[in-house]
Design a protein around this ligand. Structure first.
Ligand SMILES: NC(=O)c1ccc[n+]([C@@H]2O[C@H](COP(=O)([O-])OP(=O)(O)OC[C@H]3O[C@@H](n4cnc5c(N)ncnc54)[C@H](O)[C@@H]3O)[C@@H](O)[C@H]2O)c1
Length: 401
């Protein structure tokens, strides 16, 4: 069986390597630099070792490509392209559209097309299928299915093999072929009654995280006003053995799932005349945390922030990854600079970001910790400035949320 995976990023490359143990895989990507590196056995994704790519290339079961004609005789095509927000924070299906165009124009025989990109319910039925058909011209009858990706970058206890996978096809045949495909490398498959259920479940999973993080971020502001510790209070609540799940306060949410996916749900909700006020507000609360933190730092430093050398520690959106997509650091730094602070940043895993480079962890007037990687030294953070504000709740001795 010949498999093409469109998009060789976090999701696509990870699945490619699992699938290439069983099938011949073409890892198709429009980014020529990534493709060229992959074909030299070099990984650009954390958690995907270069050695694994090199092994599969030498076995002949994996090859990356920018050549659209390489997908022409695929039996299965998996779509794993970005689904970000536009500049006005609306769902952006342009990458899916471009993947559908490539599929429509190049697939020469009936295939199973599976979408793993996150989008709102109805995307497979009302957008992907008609778009592929619009570009295929010759009316080849493909099968269509969805299996939303649940990978958590940097996580090692759950992976493609042991994370239960939802799936559903537009037809019974598509559903059963999708099960056959994933059962070659996934332990637990959960069939749902329609693609819309799978699409909605994925959005709800991430919206659940978004609103709970917003709740604990609001709670951090309440506990501070009451003069009690948010961390001690949450830990106390977490001693209840049922009905409570612990979330930690932070500078906001990052990555390209939690800050993005709930907006897809809110959009489809509003298109169906259901106001998604709760979801929208959760997003706002998380985005507003950046300014709340800067105000806390400002009020602790009575002379204000103007002219102060402020060092932000951790621009990756979470600990132990180098991913800066949608990082809360962006808004925090904007608010610090708006108050006249001279801001540099330090990140042990990110050397360059937004045309700036990681600075040494020393010599600041104020340090604000947004993300703490395991490799970061707590002692060095604490001596990097006379005032250290920690948003992670992991640095004892620092001022904290
Ligand atoms: N990263 C995660 O943790 C994660 C988890 C679950 C779901 N998802 C979802 O999976 C999808 C992919 O996310 P990702 O993190 O892998 O993105 P990514 O940005 O890491 O990778 C996407 C890749 O697709 C390529 N690409 C873009 N348009 C293309 C096209 N038309 N044809 C071929 N290649 C194209 C890009 O060059 C890039 O290499 C998104 O919908 C995302 O929401 C991501």
């Amino acid at each position: 069986m010949k498999l093409t995976i469109i998009g060789q990023g976090y999701v696509g490359l990870t699945i490619s390597l699992f699938a290439a143990e069983k099938f011949d895989v073409i890892g198709f990507d429009t980014n020529a630099k990534i493709v060229e590196q992959l074909n030299r056995g070099i990984s650009h994704i954390e958690g995907v070792p270069s050695a694994s790519i090199a092994t599969l290339i030498s076995k002949g079961t994996y090859r990356a490509s920018t050549d659209e004609s390489d997908i022409s005789n695929s039996d299965v095509v998996v779509i794993a392209v970005p689904t970000p927000l536009t500049v006005d924070r609306k769902p952006d299906l342009s990458y899916i559209e471009s993947a559908c165009k490539i599929i429509g124009e190049n697939l020469r025989s009936p295939a199973l097309i599976i979408n793993e990109s996150t989008s709102y319910p109805g995307t497979l039925r009302n957008f992907i299928k008609p778009t592929v058909e619009m570009f295929s011209g010759t009316r080849i009858e493909h099968m269509y299915a969805i299996s939303p990706e649940r990978v958590d970058p940097g996580r090692i206890d759950f992976n493609q093999k042991n994370t239960p996978r939802l799936y559903s096809g537009l037809t019974p045949d598509a559903t059963s072929k999708t099960r056959d495909f994933y059962s070659t490398f996934c332990d637990e498959l959960i069939e749902v009654s329609s693609p819309e259920v799978a699409e909605a479940a994925k959005l709800f999973e991430n919206t659940f995280r978004q609103v709970n993080i917003a709740l604990v971020n609001e709670f951090a502001q309440i506990t501070h006003a009451l003069g009690i510790s948010v961390h001690e209070t949450i830990d106390a609540a977490a001693t209840k053995p049922y009905g409570f799940m612990k979330f930690n306060p932070s500078a906001g949410v990052g990555g390209h799932c939690i800050p993005v996916d709930p907006t897809y749900l809110a959009e489809i909700s509003e298109q169906n005349n259901v106001p998604a006020t709760f979801i929208r507000r959760a997003n706002e609360v998380n985005r507003e945390m950046s300014e709340y933190i800067v105000k806390r730092v400002e009020s602790d430093n009575s002379g204000g922030l103007s002219g102060k050398n402020v060092l932000v520690v951790g621009v990756a959106y979470k600990a132990n990854v180098a991913d800066t997509r949608e990082t809360a650091a962006e808004l925090v730094i904007e608010h610090l600079r708006a108050r006249g602070a001279s801001v540099t940043w330090h990140d042990e895993l990110v050397s360059e970001w937004k045309n700036e480079f990681s600075s040494p962890l020393e010599g600041a007037d104020i340090t604000v910790v947004l993300t703490k990687h395991e490799v970061d030294s707590q002692a060095k953070i604490l001596t990097s400035a006379p005032y250290v504000f920690d948003t992670t709740g992991t640095i004892s001795g620092a001022h904290s949320l």
